[in-house]
Every structure is written in structure tokens, then in C-alpha cells.
Design a protein around this ligand. Structure first.
Ligand SMILES: Nc1ncnc2c1ncn2[C@@H]1O[C@H](COP(=O)(O)OS(=O)(=O)O)[C@@H](OP(=O)(O)O)[C@H]1O
Ligand SMILES: Nc1ncnc2c1ncn2[C@@H]1O[C@H](COP(=O)(O)OP(=O)(O)O)[C@@H](O)[C@H]1O
Length: 189
């Protein structure tokens, strides 16, 4: 096996958590799923821990108060870390609105020596509200729901993420390429 091939195998074996944080409808899930396809086609083991799916099973019963969001993010972070330390690329398209909670998840990864790559999907709220994939921005505007992230609930943007993506100003493929390059730069892809 050539040195180059050996490098590829090592990167394939190395797990990591890639957390895509951002507002609802920013493009987190779309980018995570496209990145998952690309990584799988290259031979990586990948899981996507989607917020909606996690809330059906792992964190069922939790709402959107600060406390519940914190428990949600910490539990998902814990599972991502378990997967990542066993060689899986755990892609996590979850809002995770509070900087402190993201910091706590990062700290646990660092203590365990597991790579943590924070990606801010930085689509402006106006664009997210226009996309409004699930109609939640419209409901918030109409006063039918409260506590909607980006409308009347906080989103604290990361100050120093490994990568910030202007997902409103580039294609999904360009965003995927940027995250992929960040993984390559860290010997993870
Ligand atoms: N009040 C309120 N605020 C924000 N989001 C809401 C809310 N109510 C429901 N939803 C839907 O739930 C998805 C967010 O779940 P997350 O687990 O990612 O959120 S969090 O990290 O615990 O804050 C989120 O999914 P995405 O749009 O994929 O981000 C929303 O569709
Ligand atoms: N450049 C882009 N990057 C990501 N998503 C985009 C882009 N342009 C349009 N979209 C659309 O925006 C929506 C984003 O929804 P989603 O990925 O579910 O966001 P989130 O998971 O952040 O809530 C999708 O319907 C997607 O097709």
C-alpha cells in the first residue's frame, strides 16, 4: 500500500464530530446530508444526527426552553462523541443556540481527544425566514408560536468556529466542498 493510500485509510478510520450550528432553515440538514453522501462515497463511516430525528427518540419530551435545549444539545453531543471515538464521522445539524452549551460539548470532546469541528451555517435570518421550510417563521410572525429561534428566542453565533459558511451566497456543493476541505486540512478526510 502506498503512503498516500495509507493516509487515506487513516483519515477514513478517524472519527470526528462535525457540528453544523445555525438558525432554522439555514441549510444545516441539507449540507449535512450532501456531505454524508460524499464522505460515504469515499469510504467513511458516517451518521447524521438530525435534530428532528433525535427529538423523536433520544430527546423525546423535551421542548424549546433554555433548559430543554441544553439537555437536548448535551445528549446529542454525548452520542456524537461516542460515535466519533469509534471512527464514525458524526454530522450534527442541530441549532445549538447557546455558546456555553456548545463550549461544554467541545470541552468534553477535547478531554476525550476526539476531534470536534464547529461549522456555523451563517445564513441571515431574513433568508431563513423567506425559506421557512417548516412554516415556523410565519407562525411566529402571526403570533401562533413563541420561543422561535431567531425571532423571539436567542441564537448566539459562534465567535471562533472552525468554519463559517455563507450558505445564502453559495451553492450546497460549494458549502459541502468547504466543510470537506476543513476535514482534509485536519487529516480527517
Ligand atoms: N421554537 C422553536 N425554535 C427553534 N426550532 C423549533 C422551534 N419549534 C420547533 N422547532 C423545530 O425544531 C428543530 C430544532 O431542533 P433542535 O434540536 O435543532 O434545536 S435546539 O438545538 O435544541 O435548540 C428545528 O429544525 P431545523 O429547522 O432543522 O433547525 C425546527 O424545525
Ligand atoms: N445554498 C443553499 N444551501 C443550503 N440550503 C439551501 C441553499 N439554497 C436553498 N436551500 C434550501 O434551504 C432549505 C434549508 O433547509 P434545511 O436544510 O432543512 O435547514 P435547517 O436544517 O438549517 O433547518 C432547503 O429547502 C434547501 O433546499
Amino acid at each position: 500500500m502506498s503512503v498516500q493510500d495509507r493516509g487515506a485509510v487513516d483519515a477514513g478510520d478517524r472519527g470526528a464530530t462535525v457540528w453544523l450550528t445555525g438558525l432554522p432553515s439555514a441549510g444545516k440538514t441539507t449540507i449535512a446530508r450532501a456531505l454524508a453522501d460524499r464522505l460515504r462515497s469515499e469510504g467513511h463511516r458516517v451518521e447524521v444526527l438530525d435534530g428532528d430525528e433525535m427529538r423523536q427518540f433520544l430527546t423525546a419530551g423535551l421542548g424549546f426552553s433554555r433548559e430543554d435545549r441544553d439537555v437536548n444539545v448535551r445528549r446529542i453531543g454525548y452520542v456524537a462523541e461516542l460515535l466519533a471515538r469509534n471512527g464514525v464521522k458524526a454530522l450534527v445539524p442541530v441549532i445549538a443556540p447557546y455558546a456555553d452549551t456548545r463550549k461544554a460539548v467541545r470541552a468534553r470532546h477535547e478531554e476525550a481527544g476526539v476531534p470536534f469541528v464547529e461549522v456555523h451555517v451563517a445564513t441571515p435570518v431574513e433568508v431563513c425566514a423567506e425559506r421557512d421550510v417548516k412554516g415556523l417563521y410565519a407562525k411566529a410572525r402571526a403570533g401562533e408560536i413563541t420561543g422561535m429561534t431567531g425571532v423571539d428566542d436567542p441564537y448566539e453565533p459562534p465567535e471562533a468556529p472552525e468554519l463559517r459558511i455563507p450558505a445564502h451566497a453559495q451553492t450546497v456543493e460549494e458549502s459541502v466542498a468547504a466543510v470537506h476541505a476543513a476535514l482534509v486540512a485536519r487529516g480527517l478526510a
